[in-house]
Design a protein around this ligand. Structure first.
Ligand SMILES: [Zn+2]
Length: 235
């Protein structure tokens, strides 16, 4: 099993790990700080090093509980201790963007009582879909303003792990449909923006809302009678 170090510490930029297995095109490590992608967040970029050799990480693949780091070049042998280094500029941007979507989610719930139905992050922007009939320019302006107020409020962000049964007692979590998580997941990772948003979530986020910077709504789209899409840019 590859231990996901990023679940405990999203600010880890370098780490050491041991090669557990060599598979076609990559290696399985005993632990990693690389986020492999998921929940709308893009996979990390970076490299593994051992001695004077460097392997750019080109992607990730899952094999049960093992995470395969796909590498450019003939991979290091089993037992090799490697150092991993993340492309921090990219990852930190993802963390800010991901956190911005949580803020947006909380604000849209508070202001419009609308549920989020989906989201996706890209290198330079992100989008979020939510169920709402009317989303005119005045509402767009209000949402953008409220999001930036929550950023300025510098709300702390906490990560917790709760047993499944306990997690499902939390009312805010039930609204996010966390109960749809597969039954084999017995420990739920919870990301909370104090006083604003609570999600069952496996991604990486910043420590407080101020670190997001500023959010601009760049586009809105009608995806159906009760489905609206917002596109944001984090500055
Ligand atoms: Zn998240």
């Amino acid at each position: 099993m590859t231990i996901p170090l990023y679940h405990q510490d999203a600010y880890l930029r370098t780490f050491t790990a041991t090669v557990q297995a060599v598979v076609d095109g990559g290696v399985v490590l005993d632990r990693t700080a690389f986020f492999p992608g998921g929940g709308g967040q893009q996979p990390d970029r970076g490299a593994l090093r051992a001695g004077d050799r460097t392997w750019p990480v080109t992607g990730f693949a899952r094999q049960g509980e093992d995470l395969i780091h796909l590498l450019d070049g003939a991979p290091p042998a089993v037992g090799t201790e490697v150092e991993g280094e993340l492309d921090w500029a990219f990852r930190h941007r993802m963390m800010r963007t991901h956190t911005a979507l949580h803020i947006l989610c909380g604000v849209i719930w508070n202001e419009l009582n609308a549920q989020v139905t989906g989201g996706q992050m890209y290198e330079d922007r992100a989008r979020m879909d939510f169920s709402l009939e009317d989303f005119g320019p005045a509402r767009v302006k209000l949402i953008e303003q409220r999001v930036n107020e929550e950023i300025a409020a510098d709300r702390p962000i906490h990560v917790r792990f709760l047993p499944r049964a306990e997690a499902f007692q939390v009312p805010d979590l039930i609204r996010t449909k966390a109960n749809l998580l597969p039954p084999e997941i017995q420990t739920i990772r919870i990301v909370q923006i104090e006083g604003l948003d609570l999600q069952a979530d496996g991604g990486t986020h910043v420590r407080s809302t101020k670190e997001v910077g500023a959010v601009r709504i760049t586009k809105t789209e009608n995806k159906g009678k009760i489905n609206k899409r917002i596109e944001i840019v984090v500055e």
